[in-house]
Design a protein around this ligand. Structure first.
Ligand code: 3PG
Length: 218
C-alpha cells in the first residue's frame, strides 16, 4: 500500500490543516496543537512562508508528524520532501503525484470525491483518500454511500468540518481521520493566543474519545 497511513493516522483522529501566514507563528502554533494532543499536522503550501514554516516545525517539534498539504504538482512534492514533510496531501490527484509518492516512498493522500476518482486512485495503489471539499461534495452522506461499492477504501474528509458536524464524519466506518482548520481560528492566531489553540486541540481529542466511548467511531 503506497499510502499506508494507518501507521501515522492512528496517532491522531483529527488532522489540523495549518495555513501559516507568518513564519514566526509556525513553531508556537505546532507546539500548541501537539500540547493539545494533535500530533499529525498538515502545513498547507498556500502561503509564501509555508515551506520554511514546515521545516521549522520539523526541526523544533520532533514529536509532531508533519506533512505538506495543498500539494498540486511534482515540484511542490519535491519541495515538500526537501522541507522535511513525512507525508503529502493533495486536494486532487494526478499521475505526477502518484509517481512522486512511489519514487520517494512518501505517503500520499490523494483527493477523490467521485466514484471514478476513487477508482483511479485505487488503480494507482492508493486506498486512503482525502475527501475534499467535504461539505460541498455531498458531506458525510456521500462518504457513506461510497462505502457501498468501495468497502476497502478509507477517507479523510476536510473542508467545512467543525465541532458541529465533526461526529457525522468521524462516526463513519470508512473515515480514518478528519481534517480541518477549526481548531486554529485566524483571530486566535492573530492574537497569538496559543493557549486557546491548545485548548481547541484538546477539545478535538475529547470529542474523538467520547465518540469512541459511545461506540460511534473506530
Ligand atoms: C483543506 O485544505 O483541507 C481545507 O481547506 C480545510 O478546510 P477548512 O478550513 O474548511 O477546515
Amino acid at each position: 500500500m503506497l499510502n499506508d497511513p494507518y501507521g501515522f493516522l492512528e496517532l491522531s483522529p483529527v488532522i489540523p490543516v495549518m495555513v501559516i501566514d507568518h513564519e514566526e507563528d509556525a513553531v508556537p502554533m505546532a507546539e500548541a496543537l501537539v500540547d493539545g494532543g494533535l500530533k499529525i499536522l498538515e502545513v498547507t503550501l498556500r502561503t509564501g512562508c509555508a515551506l520554511n514554516a514546515l521545516k521549522a516545525i520539523t526541526e523544533a517539534v520532533p514529536e509532531a508528524c508533519v506533512g505538506a498539504g495543498t500539494v498540486c504538482n511534482a515540484d511542490d512534492f519535491s519541495a515538500a520532501i526537501e522541507a522535511g514533510a513525512r507525508f503529502v496531501v493533495s486536494p486532487g490527484q494526478s499521475d505526477a503525484l502518484f509517481g512522486m509518492s512511489r519514487k520517494h516512498g512518501t505517503p500520499l493522500l490523494p483527493g477523490a470525491v467521485t466514484a471514478s476518482e476513487v477508482m483511479t486512485a485505487v488503480a494507482a495503489g492508493f486506498n486512503v483518500l482525502k475527501f475534499f471539499p467535504a461539505s460541498t461534495s455531498g458531506g458525510a452522506a456521500a462518504i457513506k454511500a461510497l462505502g457501498g461499492p468501495f468497502p476497502g477504501i478509507r477517507f479523510v474528509p476536510t473542508g467545512g468540518i467543525s465541532p458541529k458536524n465533526y461526529a457525522e464524519y468521524a462516526a463513519l466506518d470508512n473515515v480514518t481521520a478528519v481534517g480541518g482548520s477549526w481548531m486554529i481560528p485566524p483571530e486566535k492566531v492573530q492574537a497569538r493566543d496559543w493557549q486557546a489553540i491548545a485548548q481547541l486541540a484538546t477539545d478535538c481529542v475529547t470529542a474523538a474519545e467520547s465518540l469512541r466511548a459511545s461506540g460511534g467511531a473506530k
